[in-house]
Structures are given as C-alpha cells and as structure tokens.
Design a protein around this ligand. Sequence first.
Ligand SMILES: *Cc1c(COP(=O)(O)O)cnc(C)c1O
Length: 253
Amino acid sequence: MTETASDDERTVLADRLAAVRARVATASAAARRDPRSVRVLLATKTVDAARVRAALAADAAAVAADPALAPVLIGENRVQELVAKGPSLADLAPVTHLIGPLQSNKVNAALRWVSCVESVESLALARRLSERCADRPAPLDVLVQVNVSGEPTKHGIALEEAADLAVAVAALPALRLAGFMTVGLRSPDPAAVGAGYAALAALRDAVVGSGEPGTSGARTLSMGMSGDLEVAVRHGATLVRVGSAVFGARPPL
Ligand SMILES: *Cc1c(COP(=O)(O)O)cnc(C)c1O
C-alpha cells in the first residue's frame, strides 16, 4: 500500500460507510431512537494508516454534507498494532479508543495513542491506568468490558461481578467511568444475541442509578459489530464498532 489511498478506494469506503450509517438510521427508527444517539466507531485492526485516513476523509465529507452526523471514532484492537500505527496517526489520538485486551506492562505504550480504554476488565488494570493518568489535565475515559455471553474465550468481567467493578473504577481519581462495552455472542439467533445486549443495558441502568460516586455519567453502551449492529441498537447501543462492513474481510490472524 502506498502513502495515499486511491480515489477508487476512497469511493468504496465512502459507500460502505454510508451503508453502515443507513443501517444505524433504520435500526434507530425501528427502535424509536434518535439516530444521533448512536455513534459509529471504525474497528481498524489490520487496516493500514493510509486506509484509516481514507476512511476518515470519506467520513469528513459525509459529515460536511450532513452536519447532524457525528464523526466516526477509531478503535484499535491490538496494542502492538496501535503502537506501530501510532506515530503516523498521532493527530487521531483524541478520537481513538482501545477496544482490545490491555496487559498492565503495556499501559504506558497504549496510553500515548488513545483517549478512551473500552477494555477495562479488572480492578488491577483500572488502578494501573489511574496511576499512569495521574498527571493528565483531565481524567481518562474508560468503559468496563463485560462478558455478557459467558463464553470462556471472551474477554471481559463476568456479568455478576461487573457492577462492583464499575463502582470501584468510578471511584478512581484519574479515570472517568463512561459506560460499558461487550463483544456479543456469536450466534445467528438474534434473540440470543439480544439477551446479552439487554443484560448490558440493565447493568448500565443499575450502575447509573446507584448513586455511587462517579457513576452518574456512565451512559455509554459500546455493543454491536458489522454482523449484529441492528440487534445492539434495538437494545440501546450508543456506540457500534464496525470493521469488516467498512474495510472488507480481514486476512486471517
Ligand atoms: C474487530 C472488532 C470489531 C469489529 O468487528 P467486525 O465484525 O469486523 O465489524 C468490533 N469490536 C472488537 C472488539 C473487535 O475486535
């Protein structure tokens, strides 16, 4: 891949992005929700920096044509890849989220390039993040990642332990609990997938309503991907994370 993406490629990305926004709008309308209450995050794992920029340029054109749209966010899944792309995308750190697992020894490296960590799944990690953010002018936004399906291969804290973790995270000085994230059940059955998303929404409502310090703003529900964003929007997603629907199929890991 050369430094700049071709015009053809930009057109393809623009069309796919428009299709994703149309899906969000249709799903929002069906759920009687304001489509502006659902933000789109582009999951950019395996996508090189030039294509990320091409997608953002396509998005900027769409937002310029319809100012009611909120610009997309970026989500990096792998810290190694985040760090590798970081220098060429440094200006995008304010709109970049980490959406994959973070080991404590990688916290410093990752924090340079992101404005939100969606994958907080333990108090140990949250404490580490808070320590490392102590000198920041503003707290770091974090989401608590929950394993709503209970599948052993999935990251995230168990649903039963998630409220306690969220309350503890919200109390840490240099973090702002912004909400919750999950990777849904991989299933062709929308009802089974939706049950997990409904559980995350109920957890969010319980934590936001708990009155515990730092929890009242934890309204984000990051859930839904290319294959199931409609199900997630129906259950209250405020952020859908879309990769293959915009960038095409990924090479195998
Ligand atoms: C890759 C990824 C996505 C996007 O998946 P698609 O099915 O390609 O839309 C969303 N969330 C996380 C955590 C991911 O790793």
